[in-house]
Design a binder for this molecule. Sequence first.
Ligand code: 5GP
Length: 210
Amino acid sequence: MKLSKGNLFIITAASGAGKTSLVKALIADNPKINVSVSFTTRKPRDGEIEGEDYFFVDENKFKKMSKNDEFLETAKCHGSFYGTSKLTVLEILNKGNDIILEIDYQGAFNIKKIFPEAISIFVIPPSINALEERLNSRGLDSKEDIKLRIAAAKNEMSHLEKFDYVTINDDFEKSLIELNKIVNKKSESRELKTKNQILNHKNLIDKLKK
Ligand code: 5GP
């Protein structure tokens, strides 16, 4: 499908890389950009709001929606289903507005198949230790869960070569500036192109995938 009007941005990260806070700040800087609210079968975490963080549904409802072709893409992550609403995304794009999808790498690849012009961005942590610290300090996951999430993060990051851009979230403000450059299509964002980031941060990127 051709993106004739609005821009579609995909932001992917391993959990704990700081993606959600970055996207919130990015939207505050760019109030005209919309964020797609996904459907999930995962149970809400403390503080999560229905319709704001996710639409929380049971597996039956999710399967029905999937059968009715209501999703642009779906994926299974950490044992739960996640899906992007087709209607919401197409409505926003057709009005000429921009939208961000905060989805995993499988979703990113599926969206790229539908919209080859979508711009995909991978947010990586500055190290595996930093990721572990962030997951610990969130206090949301057990020790076992954290181990699983780190393994999943490494798997997720092994796909970063296929993304258009990479930002390293070692400093929140710096990473936010980089995201702003990308979504506003500034020429300086060239330095953030994945092939350049891989050249400039080879050691880090190799380590994150191991
Ligand atoms: P969490 O449960 O921690 O909010 O999200 C787990 C993972 O699912 C994250 O990588 C998040 O980006 C991804 N995710 C959230 N919504 C969707 C979606 O609609 N589609 C896909 N493919 N992944 C999603």
